[in-house]
Design a protein around this ligand. Structure first.
Ligand SMILES: *Cc1c(COP(=O)(O)O)cnc(C)c1O
Length: 435
């Protein structure tokens, strides 16, 4: 057989083994990173499709390449479904990532040196909201607002005061580590008062918005950006929403402003994702994500951990682990040994350093996709507490690891088409050990 027709398993054993190892890892452990999820088999199938071969620079009906009839159809489906899902006038589905989606707005609205308000990274903001090493922080003058020291909720008096003082051209709302619903309308009022545009980056909670369980920023914001791979449960990528009057400018900022050819296989998978997210099942899923987060937060709080803002309204929680006399870095490591994946995270007004902060961030979207519910959350919360209270007890971690594996077996994650066999093989056979 010519080498280009051979399956990956024989064509490139090293890469195949790494992918198989990752498949086992994803099935075998509790994935609680708040920004991750398991896509459906249909989304994976579209992502692995022949559309990866196609150049389609431009937009449907106005391409710079021939042979785009099917690429056009796919992109039209993705745009129409995205607009319907979020009640938007226009969607650009080409941004390769959430970061590219955010850069699209900056490129459209700002000149280098312009002033922007964004949430402080240490209070839950994202790199692309003005971190000094990120292009957003290098090109534009970001001024950070934060949360209130007592309530840990966004301090709107501060947002308004900073807006009046600095007269930003753009206000950026949205966060990566904020456990509460974001009141977009309050940002809109402040933006209107000072004559700024409002951009809402709903990357984390777009799935909750799609399900009608978080209010939708589209009606009140000038621009809305998102990822498609977090709570929305689609392929890794970005999307931008705007009003019809800004559609041309936004489209030009994506292409040719920031990107060349779109990833048409990913655009196809986004179309599938928008379809799935419009279905009744997805609403039930999103409600369960929230219910699970609430149950887990209550379990952790009852066991002596302190939660930023006292709890959660959405899919994630920020846990201050210092009451147990450990730091975030060790907490992340200990849980990893137990087969529970989370990430260390700064908490607001953290006195520790970013590489070993006071907190961990925990999310429920991925486990909820596997079908886990409140019973499992109570059990997992118990394991988290037990492990963090005995950070040096390896026998305890081994015991939890074993129970985690048992639970994972009862709740399999979606398997990519054609890979069923890989999972029936024990992880130990011919593969690097997953412990
Ligand atoms: C995840 C995230 C992004 C960026 O997404 P990438 O696809 O990783 O570039 C942007 N904004 C927020 C608020 C995010 O949480």
């Amino acid at each position: 057989m010519p080498s280009e027709h051979r399956p990956l398993a024989t064509r490139d054993r090293a890469v195949w083994e790494a992918i198989c190892g990752e498949m086992h890892r994803q099935q075998d452990g509790l994935e609680m990173i708040a920004s991750e999820n398991y896509t459906s088999a249909a989304v994976m199938e579209a992502t692995g499709s022949v559309l990866t071969n196609k150049y389609a620079e431009g937009y449907p009906g106005k391409r710079y390449y021939g042979g785009c009839q099917f690429a056009d159809r796919v992109e039209e489906l993705a745009r129409e479904r995205a607009c319907k899902l979020f009640s938007a006038q226009h969607a650009n589905v080409q941004p390769h990532s959430g970061s590219q989606a955010n850069m699209t707005i900056y490129l459209t609205v700002l000149e280098p040196g312009d002033t922007v308000l964004g949430l402080d990274l240490a209070h839950g903001g994202h790199l692309t909201h003005g971190m000094k090493l990120n292009v957003s922080g290098k090109l534009y003058r970001f001024v950070a607002y934060g949360v209130d020291p007592q309530s840990h909720r966004i301090d709107f008096d501060q947002v308004a005061a900073l807006a009046r003082e600095h007269r930003p051209k753009l206000i950026v709302a949205g966060a990566s580590a904020y456990p509460r619903e974001i009141p977009h309308d309050r940002f809109a009022q402040i933006a209107e008062e000072v004559g700024a545009k409002l951009m809402v980056d709903m990357a984390h909670y777009a799935g909750l918005v799609a399900a009608g369980l978080h209010h939708n920023p589209v009606p009140v914001a000038d621009f809305v950006t998102s990822t498609t791979h977090k709570t929305l449960r689609g392929p890794r990528g970005g999307v931008v929403f705007c009003r019809q009057e800004d559609a041309r400018a936004i489209d030009r900022s994506v292409f040719p402003g920031l990107q060349g050819g779109p990833l048409m296989h990913v655009v196809a998978a986004k179309a599938v994702c928008f379809l799935e997210a419009s279905e009744e099942d997805f609403r039930a899923y999103a409600q369960q994500v929230i219910d699970n987060a609430r149950t887990l937060a209550e379990t952790l709080a009852a066991g002596g951990l302190s939660l930023v803002s006292g709890g959660t309204d959405n899919h994630l929680m920020l846990v201050d682990v210092t009451p147990l006399e450990i730091g975030g870095r060790l907490a992340e490591e200990v849980l990893e040994r137990c087969g529970i994946t989370v990430n260390k995270n700064m908490i607001p007004f953290d006195t520790r350093k970013p590489m070993d902060p006071s907190g961990i961030r925990i999310g429920t979207p991925a486990l909820t996709t596997r079908g886990m519910a409140q019973t499992e959350m109570r059990q997992i919360g118990g394991w988290i507490l037990e492990a963090l209270k005995s950070p040096d007890d390896e026998a305890c971690h081994q015991r939890i690891r074993h129970s985690v594996r048992e639970m994972c077996r009862q709740f399999p994650a979606p398997v990519p088409p054609g890979c069923e066999d890989v999972l029936s093989m024990p992880a130990a056979a011919s593969l690097p050990s997953q412990d």
